[in-house]
Design a protein around this ligand. Structure first.
Ligand code: ADP
Length: 219
């Protein structure tokens, strides 16, 4: 199967970090930035880099942007350029356009323009860090819906040697431990007899309320 090709528009802190990671993951990445300096910094790292204004339709056309599978608009403060670049990429037929929004309103506009995915890196990271600060055992989480979450919780020392049966999260809190990451191995769908060790990571699924109660119990 052909591997997807990506274009990252705007090689600031967010765009360059995203582009580098895509390269690490083995994908081809075209980087575009109007600043020569930003382009020079990434020239050794990315598959192709071009110093160009992404709001110029002819430039995007000449770069063959329509052959790109996914373009990410990572332009920072310049909301007008971000919106123009997103419209052009959609119009030129890029299959998937992702754009970074700076504010809720910017995000709404991008959504209305038909951008496939709008991301709010600063807002989302702020929320994530707040959750992790108030719950030190919470390593990471994915919100499945407004109600349900999958969370990674680290196992504290005092629970070391306890079995899932003893902890009994399903009966006591209503949430389920769906995996235990023992770092050298992962137990998927653990049984009641499986034992926890300090620094294992439990992957738990449940409602936000259930997970919060379980977290309070294990922390
Ligand atoms: P971050 O917060 O991710 O660091 P920045 O605003 O610092 O974001 O960086 C955004 C990048 O987008 C800058 O390198 C800037 O040169 C680039 N950029 C802004 N407008 C355009 C444009 N019209 N075409 C191409 N690149 C652009």
């Amino acid at each position: 199967m052909k591997r997807s090709q990506y274009a990252v528009i705007g090689l600031g802190r967010f765009g360059s970090s995203l582009a580098k990671e895509l390269i690490q993951l083995g994908y081809e990445v075209l980087g575009i930035d109007k600043s020569e300096e930003a382009v020079d910094e990434m020239s050794e790292v990315l598959t192709h880099v071009v110093a160009a204004d992404a709001t110029d339709e002819e430039v995007l056309r000449s770069l063959g942007i329509r052959n790109i599978d996914c373009a990410i608009v990572a332009i920072g403060d310049d909301i007008q350029s971000s919106i123009l670049a997103a419209i052009l990429l959609k119009d030129l037929g890029v299959k998937q356009v992702v754009a970074k929004a700076l504010s809720e309103l910017h995000g709404k506009v991008l959504q209305k323009l038909g951008v496939d995915r709008v991301i709010f890196p600063e807002r989302d990271m702020g929320i994530r860090v707040a959750h992790q600060l108030v719950s030190p055992n919470l390593l990471d989480y994915i919100e499945l819906s407004d109600e349900y979450t999958i969370a990674e919780l680290s196992v504290p020392k005092r629970l070391s040697g306890r079995t899932l049966k003893e902890l009994d999260p399903r009966a006591k809190f209503g949430c389920s431990v769906v995996a235990i990451n023992k770092r050298t191995s992962v137990i998927i769908a653990p049984t009641a007899a499986d034992t926890l060790d300090e620094r294992d990571i439990m992957v738990v699924i449940g409602t936000n309320q259930q997970i919060e109660s379980f977290e309070n119990e294990v922390s």
